[in-house]
Design a binder for this molecule. Structure first.
Ligand SMILES: Nc1nc2c(ncn2[C@@H]2O[C@H](COP(=O)(O)OP(=O)(O)OP(=O)(O)O)[C@@H](O)[C@H]2O)c(=O)[nH]1
Length: 926
């Protein structure tokens, strides 16, 4: 299935994106995955690093439903560095209680060893699993870990791949099993084959689709034979394994094979221990390096190392893509280069982990390279045959089983006509230098067939499509426009490539009618798919054309002339294709100008794709950052809401305490009223006759014991509870609040620890103003005051009244109310009337005094409680600010930063659009 560049992949939670490659390999453009275990975070991983954010650990919550890379399916091939050592060891060695072994492995993987192969030996699956886990923790990501034969264990420990014997599982099955067990991996598992014969080597590298081979060489193996039968034909890396490198003869043999083109050797732990450094050096730098072939290899390796910076194009730099350029055009190319470099810079800053940027870098560096004609099509459609027919020689192998397993570059070389020199490059590309003159002007690229069940080959081709200046889509006449061709075509269209169709094997049609039907069918459908008015399609018979060409003596003619001079039917159709392709090379024709436009457009289109992917990504991140900011602000203001809520709850506490005071006040007043009765003869006589010497009123002690004391202790208890309620609610709310920040943005490291400490202190502050108020209120003093007030009222009332008044007052002892008291007194003693008549007023005064005292206490308590509340909540708000502000600043700065990035991307988008228009108007320059 081809996944649209921007359509969601339902099977994954990854974002488009960004995954890192093995550090030792040269990554093909790729995107790095985010850590999906981390929920929602300030999303910074793919964008330029944020000041406050540890971007390596930061993940975003917008990691839903996105394609993993810009390539369909989203997988990447691991790549093998050569020359290299493969360390072979057994689980017994790893589990041996010997730290030295692990140290040796540790040193080895940080030095020359790029692949470690673990075999179980006699050990059980359990032991092998344990050894693999241990080994993985030692190797980390410094080398690939392969498990010998055990796909299940490789999958269980998430190893890089498996090494299979030539009798083992088919590579495709092993690769699929591993992929199935780790659906989140974005890197295809490595499948290596252990082979002993040249046939097995060829088989494994061709139809099996292995990533590299380990070739077991015995004492009787002839190096030259091996080189002729295997090295020349196998395009994937070959590592040599001998019985014992300690054996001088075998060591020399391995060394010799390295010189002759092997990619490295397999070594054991003991051998690593045994060899001094200089012996290993000898393997890689000594004679090996002085050998011409090795030189070429190390050059290509060096070149590979600089792919990203120099020219992502393997092989020596060719002639400039545009010959005889006029100054204006030269200036245009320089201008384009400058804009593209600016685009690279902007995209890289916007999405530093977007591996696909190397596509653009390569394309920019290829502006000086010849035109890149890329041949694609399903396996067996005749791609190699079309190339051979075009070049007039059987340079490439053809066959009914998939034969092209690597990207094969055909470049010009001034060698003898029949000699071709090929180099294998560790990034999965194979370069052949051919003497075909047309290659001076264009590089032809043969790609592995699509629709192969081998993902690796399909991936190689997909990865190469964006680099193409022109895509030649070869369709086989026996299956015109299959479903997978349609899918692949759609993928090509995403990169906006110019596609020319070749309907090969047209000799298979019975008659012209059938051919016409097929052409109409393909054209109609291709038009719809490519949304194009015109579709270029050439029906050919590549096999026939080549045979025809080969049957014509060369007679000093160039290929083009030869093909045009060939008059038989087989080549007549093919010559239309040739004419078309040759017209591309002629700068004076419209197709020649088109060639220039296509070449110039290739990097622009890649830039547009990457730009649009980054814009989409950054817009989403920006959206996420805005949501983060809203969330932070909401969280901060949620504290104010909490305080309002607390305020209403706090008033119910206040009400409770005030009603307690009120009740007490009512009880005291009631007591005062019942005590201040004229009929209260006991008191009257006691106060009037005994004066100050009278005993304290029993009512006073009852007032204190039964009313005031219990009220005070109840108030104190309530105030204590109120304080605890306030404190615990605040602490709980505070820590919930802090936690919600920490949980939501786990990886954010709060810049100042000091402010965090201050914040925590604030929550701990205890407030006991209310308790102090109530403690300051003395029950003893209040009771005493009460008694004094009562006493005073009686003394003032009765002090000058005399016996008549008193006896009159006796009458009142049987009368229940104050009014009746007064009436009786008035009747009995006109002299005491005045004093008596003032009694109610005095009593009222006492009551008022009681009321005032209680009100004052209530007010004090209310104020204290309010103070306590506001101090505590102010602290809470301050705490909220101290905790929330750094998050708020961070979210704000992310929004600002991402908005800026978006603006920068828009600016470069405008420039690219203008450039595109200028390219389209190029003919005006001429
Ligand atoms: N009948 C007929 N057969 C052809 C023609 N061209 C190629 N073939 C045959 O088709 C088969 C595949 O040809 P290749 O050129 O190897 O096809 P390919 O697309 O390069 O194959 P892979 O690289 O494996 O994907 C071979 O057996 C060719 O002989 C043609 O024009 N007519």
């Amino acid at each position: 299935m081809v996944v649209s560049l921007f359509s969601p992949l339902t099977s994954t939670h990854f974002q488009p994106h960004l995954f890192l490659f093995h550090p030792k390999s040269i990554p093909f453009p790729s995107l790095k995955p985010r850590n999906r275990l981390i929920p929602s975070n300030f999303s910074a991983s793919s964008t330029a690093s944020n000041n406050n954010i540890n971007s390596s650990t930061v993940a975003s919550s917008i990691n839903q439903n996105r394609p993993r890379t810009l390539f369909p399916g989203g997988y990447k091939r691991p790549e093998i560095k050569v020359p290299n050592l493969v360390l072979r060891l057994s689980s017994e060695e790893v589990l041996r209680d010997d730290k030295n072994v692990l140290d040796v492995i540790d040193n080895a993987v940080s030095d020359r060893v790029g692949v470690v192969v673990l075999n179980g030996g006699e050990a059980s699956g359990k032991k092998l699993y344990e050894a693999a886990c241990l080994l993985k923790s030692v190797i980390r990501d410094r080398a690939y870990l392969l498990i010998d034969e055990r796909v299940d264990i490789a999958a269980a420990v998430n190893a890089s791949g498996v090494l299979l014997s030539d009798q083992g599982l088919p590579s495709i099955v092993a690769r699929n099993t591993m992929m199935g067990s780790n659906t989140e991996s974005v890197v295809l598992p490595l499948v290596a084959r252990n082979v002993q014969t040249s046939d097995a080597a060829l088989d494994a590298s061709n139809s099996e689709g292995a990533d590299f081979l380990i070739y077991s060489v015995r004492g009787d193996t002839h190096s030259e034979g091996l080189v002729n039968s295997v090295f020349g034909s196998v395009k994937i890396p070959i590592f040599i394994m001998v019985d014992s490198l300690g054996d001088e003869i075998m060591f020399e043999k391995a060394l010799n094979l390295l010189k002759l083109g092997a990619s490295g050797i397999v070594i054991s732990v003991d051998e690593l221990n045994l060899f001094r450094h200089d012996k290993l050096n000898k393997l890689f730098h000594g004679d090996y390096a002085s050998n011409k072939k090795a030189e070429e290899r190390s050059q290509s390796f060096d070149k590979l190392k600089t792919l990203d910076t120099d020219n992502g194009f393997p092989g020596k730099k060719g002639k400039a893509g545009f010959t005889k350029l006029e100054e204006k055009e030269q200036q245009f190319i320089e201008k384009e280069r400058a804009i593209l470099l600016e685009a690279i810079d902007t995209i890289q800053r916007a999405a530093p982990l977007m591996g696909e940027i190397s596509l653009l870098r390569d394309a920019v560096s290829q502006l000086d390279e010849p035109f890149l004609l890329v041949i694609v099509g399903e396996f067996n459609s005749g791609k190699s045959s079309v190339i051979n027919a075009f070049l007039g020689q059987r340079y490439l192998k053809d066959g009914v089983v998939p034969t092209t397993n690597e990207i094969t570059f055909l470049r010009y070389s001034e060698l003898d006509y029949n000699v071709q020199r090929c180099e294998r490059h560790p990034d999965g590309q194979y370069i052949c230098y051919l003497p075909a003159p047309v290659l001076k002007e264009m590089i032809i690229v043969d790609t592995p067939g699509t629709n192969v069940i081998l993902q690796r080959q399909q991936r190689l081709t997909e990865e190469f499509v964006p680099r193409a200046d022109l895509v030649l889509f070869v369709i086989s006449a026996d299956r015109p426009l299959t479903e997978s061709e349609v899918t692949f075509l759609r993928y090509i269209q995403q990169w906006k490539k110019k596609v020319v169709f070749v309907l090969n094997k047209s000799d298979l049609y019975q008659n012209a009618e059938e051919l016409k039907e097929a052409i109409t069918f393909i054209k109609e459908n291709a038009k719809k798919m490519l949304n194009a008015e015109q579709v270029m399609l050439f029906p050919v018979s590549a096999r026939g054309a080549l045979e025809a060409k080969l049957s014509v003596p060369s007679s000093g003619l160039g290929q083009y002339e030869r093909s045009l001079n060939t008059s038989y039917q087989e080549t007549s159709d093919f010559s239309d294709l040739e004419k078309y392709l040759y017209s591309f090379l002629d700068g004076s024709t419209s197709t020649g100008i088109e060639r220039m436009k296509l070449k110039l457009e290739t990097p622009v289109k890649i830039a547009e794709q990457l730009l649009s992917a980054s814009q989409k990504r950054i817009s989403e991140e920006c959206q996420q950052a805005r949501e983060d900011l809203v969330l932070v602000n909401d969280l901060i203001s949620s504290m104010k809401e909490y305080v309002w809520k607390m305020e209403s709850e706090s008033s119910s506490w206040k009400k409770q305490i005030l009603s307690l005071i009120n009740n007490t006040q009512a009880r005291v007043i009631k007591l005062a009223e019942s005590t201040l009765q004229l009929s209260n003869l006991d008191l009257v006589t006691s106060f009037v006759f005994k004066g100050d010497k009278s005993a304290p009123m029993p009512v006073t002690s009852s007032l204190r014991n039964d009313t005031i004391d219990p009220a005070i202790s109840e108030t104190k208890k309530l105030l204590g509870e109120y304080g605890t309620w306030l404190q615990s609610n605040n602490t709980r709310q505070g820590s919930l609040y802090k936690e919600s920040f920490e949980k939501r943005w786990r990886s954010f490291i709060v810049p100042s620890v000091q402010s965090q400490l201050e914040a925590s202190e604030m929550l701990r502050t205890k407030n006991e103003v209310g308790i102090r108020v109530i403690e300051d209120f003395s029950a003893a003093a209040a009771s005493k005051l009460f008694e004094q007030e009562i006493r005073e009222v009686f003394v003032v009332t009765f002090g000058g009244m005399g016996a008549a008044g008193l006896s009159a007052s006796l009458l009142t002892s049987i009368l229940p109310t104050t009014l009746e008291d007064l009436l009786a007194l008035g009747l009995c003693s006109a002299g005491g009337l005045l004093a008596i008549s003032n009694f109610p007023a005095r009593r009222q005064k006492v009551i008022d005094k009681v009321r005032r005292t209680a009100d004052a206490l209530a007010r004090q308590l209310e104020e204290a409680m309010e103070k306590e509340f506001s101090e505590t909540t102010e602290n809470l708000i301050k705490f909220a600010e101290l905790v929330g502000n750094p998050y708020q600043d961070m979210a704000q700065s992310r929004v600002d930063k991402l908005s800026n990035t978006l603006n920068e991307l828009t600016t470069i988008e405008e420039k690219l659009k203008t450039l595109q228009i200028e390219i389209q108007n190029l003919h005006v320059l001429r």
